[in-house]
Ligand binder design. Structure first.
Ligand code: UN1
Length: 522
């Protein structure tokens, strides 16, 4: 039953000083989820909730004694069933007027907003995301869907008249959906990056099979429930659950017409290489891959702002955003002053249970990431460790300390490798050319930040940086925190498969193919 609550509109910027009721609602829903732990969750195929081949368990990274749920494990046959259901549902959905599709997807978005706190409690407990970021993730899912809907409405379904040779000719260009669209989601934005791309694919007229990250299964089930409750016809949206295997089965299915993948560079590149050509003709992949995002701090920076923005970006979500800041290049003249401030702010970070209001940094996602953090710290011994570099052994979950390292050799592999951990490497530079060369000397190019109060330096940064999302003097996050409609979010180079950003003008068109109609009358 819907709870009687005041509607609170959330974006990353309103989260800076949130309505006090937001805390009350979130706490109520965390308490409720804690009394409902360990339930069984099923997959959603052809309008039914179905069992799989066995089950898997999800435990909270905050406290591994908390069994969040037991989930149906998809075998290959379930993936095939989901694709077959989506294929059968496609003609009906494609032929549903776009305005009706838009209305249904708006309903999905509204249900997500209505269940904001319930879903964000799940995000926080299963991913370890702090309270405000968990709420942001869920509302971002709703806003990404709304953004796609509005794009269809603003463009009147992308049906446009072209020039006519004579008054007997009627010529037009129309964008049409592809067919069955796969969506493979990451663990770190289990709401936004499952709901957002699914919503875009659906409103464009495709049918969808979603395979969320196993770690984000509970959140994905709640998003799927919103799709079901909004009244999408059976087979239009389907969700299969499990780890890499169902994901691989999905990408190998010949009936898939297109795919959205969000995840690592290595997996993304292999999907791009295989999926796009396996059918014998080009199939589209919307891929959002990793980041190795730099911030440049010049001698003309406001160092308070720079330290705060870098700290928030490097350690928000425990460094596990593809948008996280993981490298800083600071003018040698202000290096010590900047690092003093940064280390002080890092020392003040509250690491703990992310459902608590005062916590900034929750745990890292799982045992593998916990181990990887320790391995990275060992490797970083070649530099100087300024703070962090240790696991917090006394906790019941996977807690690690935010870490800042300086003076790492330039050829160290961790200047290039995306760690997905709360580890920041900082290097001094002597001249702007050196800073820009280092900034661009990676195969990834998602986000980047600059701190400088000088307009010429700002212009230089905007002109020369090879990344898709640039921020200047942002206190709330040097390289993180894009919101649909406010920032386009998409990478360059190895961070993308398409160079078209989400939450912006050119995104939804990727889910459609163009057809030209020339009709000659009498
Ligand atoms: C990601 O980490 O995969 O700009 C995406 C941001 C978020 C998106 C991050 N809106 O930080």
């Amino acid at each position: 039953m819907a709870k009687q609550r005041k509607h609170i509109k959330v974006t990353y910027s309103t989260l800076g000083s949130p309505d006090p009721l937001l805390h009350e609602y979130f706490e109520e829903d965390v308490a409720e989820l804690k009394t409902n732990l360990g339930k069984t969750y099923r997959m959603y195929i052809d309008g039914e909730w179905v069992d799989g081949d066995g089950v898997y368990e999800n435990r909270s990274p905050i406290n591994t004694d908390w069994l969040l749920g037991t989930f149906a494990q998809a075998g290959d046959r379930h993936v095939d069933q989901a694709v077959a259901a989506a294929k059968a549902a496609f003609p009906g959905w494609r032929d549903t007027p776009w305005a009706e599709r838009a209305e249904l997807l708006n309903k999905v978005a509204d249900l997500i907003s209505e269940r904001l706190f319930e879903i964000s409690a799940a995000v926080s407990m299963e991913i370890g995301k702090n309270r405000l970021e968990a709420i942001g993730d869920v509302e971002e899912a709703a806003d990404l869907i709304r953004y796609g809907v509005n794009a269809m409405v603003d463009n009147q379904g992308f049906d446009r008249q072209l020039l006519s040779e004579t008054d007997k000719h009627f010529n037009r260009s129309v964008l049409k959906p592809y067919g069955v669209w796969g969506v493979i989601g990451p663990f770190n934005f289990p709401a936004a990056l499952t709901g957002g791309p699914s919503g875009a694919a659906l409103v464009a007229g495709n049918t969808v099979v979603l395979k969320p990250a196993a770690e984000g299964s509970l959140t994905a089930c709640m998003i799927a429930q919103c799709m079901a409750d909004a009244g999408l016809p059976a087979g239009v949206f389907n969700m299969v659950l499990g780890g890499d295997e169902p994901g691989m089965a999905l990408t190998a299915n010949p009936d898939l017409a297109g795919l959205t993948f969000t995840g690592s560079y290595a997996v993304g590149m292999s999907i791009i290489k295989n999926f796009t050509t396996a059918a014998g003709y080009f199939r589209p992949v919307v891929a959002e891959m990793g980041g190795k995002n730099p911030a440049i701090v010049t001698a003309k920076a406001d160092l308070e702002k720079a330290a705060l923005g870098v700290m928030r970006s490097a350690f928000g979500l425990t460094g596990q955003k593809c948008s996280a800041c993981s490298r800083v290049y600071v003018d040698a003249a202000v290096k010590d002053a900047f690092l003093d401030k940064l280390v002080d702010l890092t020392a003040d970070i509250n690491v703990g249970d992310p459902t608590e209001a005062e916590t900034y940094m929750g745990p890292i996602i799982n045992e593998t990431a916990y181990q990887a953090y320790q391995d990275y710290v060992d490797e970083l011994g070649e530099g100087e460790l300024l703070i962090g570099g240790r696991t917090l052994e006394d906790r019941a979950g996977y807690f690690v300390a935010p870490t800042v390292v300086t003076d790492l050799p330039d050829d160290h592999r961790l200047w290039q490798h995306e760690m997905f951990a709360p580890i920041l490497t900082v290097r001094a530079y002597d001249n702007p050319e050196e800073a820009m060369r280092l900034t661009n000397d990676v195969e990834l190019g998602l986000t980047a930040g600059l701190y400088s109060e000088d307009q010429d330096e700002i212009d230089w940064f905007l002109e020369n940086t090879e990344a898709g999302v640039l921020y200047v003097n942002r206190e709330s996050g040097a390289t993180t925190g894009a919101w649909p409609g406010y920032q386009s979010f998409g990478g360059w180079k190895g961070s993308t498969g398409s160079n078209k950003a989400s939450g912006s003008w050119y995104y939804i068109q990727q889910y459609m193919r163009e057809q030209s109609h020339t009709i000659v009358g009498n």
